[in-house]
Ligand binder design. Structure first.
Ligand code: ADP
Length: 453
């Protein structure tokens, strides 16, 4: 097993990894920017090294500074968390070159899955359903319009290097394709430095269902149930739950086995997520594979009892999975709410919920300064109940206990969401935000002004 691991991340995920390393008796070295000097990861890691100024491209994304620190501090491995360098094949390659273990799959696998059009092709060749769409990359808007006619409207134009919903545009007719293609391409160029584009049929109101998989380097692959991440705002996930209410056991097994097949096709090892969209008729399609730990991994941990970060570290150290597929038992129901900051500044006071069935992953404390330089997610509130309704009730009481002064957040929205009839019924898909967010915001408004009188 490793003796010392560098954590190349910040915030709640850096904490999550540092805590796990401590439980494994592995020393941690966290790298940080000047903006994070007073952060919990820096306080809790065995060692910490400042690698640059606040701007991520000069610190958390500075590949050479991270590698140099790992070498200087005698680390055996690097955990990249999510975001930042986690899906950067070039960085993984640099780690391999310097004999530092990248806690994730090989650079070759990251590259293969990071090119979304190439991943689609690979899946198709292996008999995994993909959304009907372009066979090759699309070079210009005219070609895009031609392909859209063939597929049939509406279509979704996507960036092959895409992530976080960027470089993605819908189009319902020819004029829209011509315009959307150029916009998506420019956005992809700016965000990823790569404007390779492809196209899929736009599935109307699908469910976003993803399967967690774990694979070791001995060829053992398991799936640990699914997560429904359909509640999204501009393609960004807001709430995740497991199990997905709309799946029955037969479909769960079929999709889980398909996810394992997808991982096999990629020659995958480490923790990973196979994302599908699912329509109301039970048709499902592969959309992409994420080759890292996900923000929403705790919901899977709560219902399976498997520590995904621990497994990921063990796999990277060349150890076998601790379980077989038959040993994975889904128990209860888990929900995660992402709490996002709506302004930056000082946390004047914070009190987090706790108690039976409640987990909070957050790097905040009273006096902490929320920085404008990074992601706005400041906490994840995760609950587990015996049933879905138990979990919903527990989430309500957890959010009632949350006190956060100095920073405004979406916590109230999340609380009201727990009372929305469509959510309670589990009757929702990726159109939920467009269809219901206004109602919930109106409730919020009314709550503030003291009612309807
Ligand atoms: P990113 O990597 O940028 O997150 P994804 O390919 O995972 O991009 O898609 C993001 C979201 O967009 C998905 O969660 C899903 O809700 C929606 N989506 C993706 N592909 C389609 C499609 N073909 N039809 C309808 N919705 C889609």
């Amino acid at each position: 097993m490793f003796k010392r691991v560098l954590v190349a991340n910040r915030g709640e995920i850096a904490l999550r990894i540092i805590r796990c390393l401590r439980e494994l008796d592995i020393e941690s070295v966290v790298v940080y920017s000047t903006a994070d000097e007073q952060s919990l990861p820096v306080m809790l890691a065995t060692h910490s090294v400042c690698i640059g100024p606040a701007r991520a491209d000069e610190s958390y994304l500075n590949e050479d500074a991270v590698i140099e620190t790992a070498l200087k501090m005698n680390c055996d491995a690097i955990h990249p968390g999510y975001g930042f360098l986690s899906e950067n094949a070039g960085f993984a390659r640099k780690c391999e070159k310097h004999h530092l273990v990248f806690i994730g799959p090989s650079s070759e696998i990251i590259e293969k899955m990071g090119d979304k059009q190439a991943a689609r092709k690979l899946m198709q060749q292996n008999g995994i359903p993909v959304v009907p769409g372009s066979k090759e990359l699309i070079t210009d808007a005219e070609e895009a319009a031609k392909i859209a006619e063939e597929i049939g409207y509406p279509v979704l134009i996507k960036a092959s290097a895409g992530g976080g919903g960027k470089g993605m545009r819908r189009a319902f007719d020819r004029a829209e394709v011509l315009k959307a293609f150029e916009m998506a391409k420019a956005e992809a160029k700016a965000a990823f430095g790569d404007d390779s584009m492809y196209m899929e049929k736009l599935v109307l109101k699908p469910h976003h269902i993803e399967f967690q998989i774990l694979a070791d380097t001995f060829g053992n692959i398991t799936y640990l149930g699914e997560r429904d991440c359909s509640i999204q705002r501009r393609n960004q996930k807001l709430l995740e739950e497991s199990p997905a209410w709309i799946l029955n056991d037969a479909l769960r097994k079929e999709m889980g086995e398909t996810a394992v097949k997808a991982a096999k096709a990629a020659g995958y090892y480490s923790a990973g997520t196979v994302e599908f969209i699912l329509d109301d008729e039970g048709n499902y399609y592969f959309i992409e594979m994420n080759t890292r730990i996900q923000v929403e991994h705790p919901v899977t941990e709560l219902i399976t009892g498997v520590d995904l970060i621990k497994e990921q570290i063990r796999i990277a150290a060349g150890m076998k999975l601790t379980h077989t597929q038959d040993e994975i038992k889904i128990k209860g129901h888990a929900i995660e709410c992402r709490i996002n900051a709506q302004n930056v500044g000082k946390v004047d006071f914070i009190h987090f919920p706790a108690g039976y069935g409640v987990r909070v992953d957050s790097h905040l404390y009273t006096g902490y300064e929320v920085s404008p330089y990074y992601d706005s997610m400041i906490a994840k509130i995760i609950v587990k109940g015996n049933t879905r309704l138990d979990a919903i009730r527990r989430m309500r009481r957890a959010l009632e206990e949350l006190i956060l002064e100095g920073i405004s957040t979406n916590a109230e929205f999340m609380y009201l969401l727990m009372y929305h009839p469509a959510f309670i019924k589990g009757n929702y898909n990726t159109a939920f935000w467009d269809e219901h967010s206004e109602t919930i915001m109106k409730w919020e408004e009314e709550g503030r002004s003291g009612g309807n009188e």
